[in-house]
Design a protein around this ligand. Structure first.
Ligand SMILES: Cc1ncc(COP(=O)(O)O)c(C=O)c1O
Length: 384
């Protein structure tokens, strides 16, 4: 009989043991844990839509219409009119020929790589990419080469050595643990020069990054589309959209390939139609409600200005993901506990989610927080 005590004890000794926190309330600005209330700085609910009244009403109504489950995988009978309409709306929002709704961002990455992968393919990845992209490559029959974080000279030097291979550059658009942005113009130029595909996972930018009112918020909105060439784009619904699920937008050949070949897509029960309908409404809110974004970005600005004023050493990010690097796994967990004592819920992020000795406090700014909430957070951060 295999015993796992040794493995678990080693994780504990090194300070990397993980625990889950059970919420007793909805995902919102204030959450309840063990009968106590906390200000929530630990979610990806950037636009505070997860507990939105209008969306809850639509979800309830859609459940009356469609029931609670989809009953099957999409190629059997789990694909509904709602899936179809959401896919067509997403293609319009992101300006791609087509899109495919999937069960989660994790499965989008694993499933897309599964569909396109072949032995003669190399997938070049930023070292700080999300685990689903790394794991997706590892599970595939393609080769994986990683380049230094946001170091495009390193990428260019590596990629030019592999003339005879099919090549893919695959990056996080917004790095989930630092909030930094990838430079799609530079990546696109390298992709073009080396005849590589460029795939962008915008899990944290979809619905969030906004240049002006004319585009749906996403990292793509920062660029003139004729100046960049992105071959596939991943967005998620479990973060800014406040619901659950994900999508891949691409040309029709790629989305067809997913339907024909992607095992995680073909062999898994699809999202319930009622949830898909709710996501459609959530995206309409994101497109139309100008106040939500204004509030989110006002909060980010306010938080950063307070940090600057009080000498709190935060990262460079201008996105809702704000970080304070602590560099010690035990210390970062200790600080998280201290934050809870001060009524603040934030996350301690440790290896392997970030590299060793880069353990950090991840602070998530949302549109639901008030200036008072942010000031309370600052009071705590000043102490550490
Ligand atoms: C860049 C990135 N891609 C994919 C995912 C996974 O998305 P989901 O939570 O929908 O599985 C995450 C989750 O945090 C992420 O940060």
């Amino acid at each position: 009989m295999i015993e796992f005590d040794g493995v678990l004890n080693k994780i504990k000794e090194e300070g990397y043991f993980r625990k889950r926190t059970a919420l007793k309330s909805a995902q919102d600005t204030i959450v309840t844990i063990n009968a106590k209330k906390y200000i929530n700085f630990a979610s990806n609910n950037y636009l505070n839509l997860a507990n939105n009244q209008k969306l809850k009403k639509i979800f309830k109504k859609s459940i009356s219409e469609y029931g609670v489950g989809s009953g099957s995988s999409p190629l059997v009978s789990g694909y509904s009119d709602e899936h179809l309409m959401l896919e067509s709306e997403l293609a319009k929002y992101t300006k791609f020929q087509s899109s495919i709704v999937t069960n989660s961002g994790y499965l989008s990455n694993v499933g897309l790589i599964n569909a396109i992968s072949e032995r003669n393919m190399i997938i070049f990845q930023d070292k700080m990419n999300h685990n689903s992209i790394i794991e997706g490559s590892r599970l595939s029959n393609s080769h994986l080469i990683r380049f230094k974080h946001k170091d495009y000279d390193d990428l260019a030097n590596k990629i030019k050595k592999y003339h005879s291979y099919n090549k893919v550059i695959y990056v996080d658009a917004v790095f989930s643990m630092t909030g930094e942005l990838s430079q799609l113009d530079e990546l696109s130029a390298i992709a073009k020069e080396n005849k590589a595909l460029l795939i962008v996972d915008d899990a944290h930018g979809f619905g969030v990054i906004k240049k002006d009112e004319t585009h749906f918020p996403s990292i793509l909105s920062l660029y003139e589309r004729e100046n960049i060439s992105v071959d596939a784009y991943i967005g998620t619904f479990g973060k800014a959209a406040g619901t659950f699920g994900s999508f891949i937008a691409a040309n029709k050949n790629i989305t067809q390939l997913i339907i024909q070949k992607s095992k995680p897509y073909i062999y898994s029960t699809s999202l319930p139609a009622a949830l898909v309908k709710t996501t459609r409404e959530s995206l309409k809110i994101i497109k139309q409600d100008k106040k939500l974004h204004a509030k989110l970005y006002r909060n980010i600005k306010y938080f950063r200005s307070l940090c600057k004023c009080h000498g709190v050493n935060i990262g460079q990010s201008e996105t809702p993901i704000q970080t304070i690097t602590i560099g010690d796994p035990k210390k970062v967990v200790f600080l998280q506990k201290k934050a809870l004592e001060a009524g603040i819920f934030l996350q301690a992020i440790r290896y392997p989610t970030v590299p060793r000795n880069r353990d950090l406090l991840r602070i998530s700014i949302t549109a639901g927080q008030t200036t008072k909430h942010i000031e309370k957070l600052l009071k705590f951060l000043k102490r550490i």
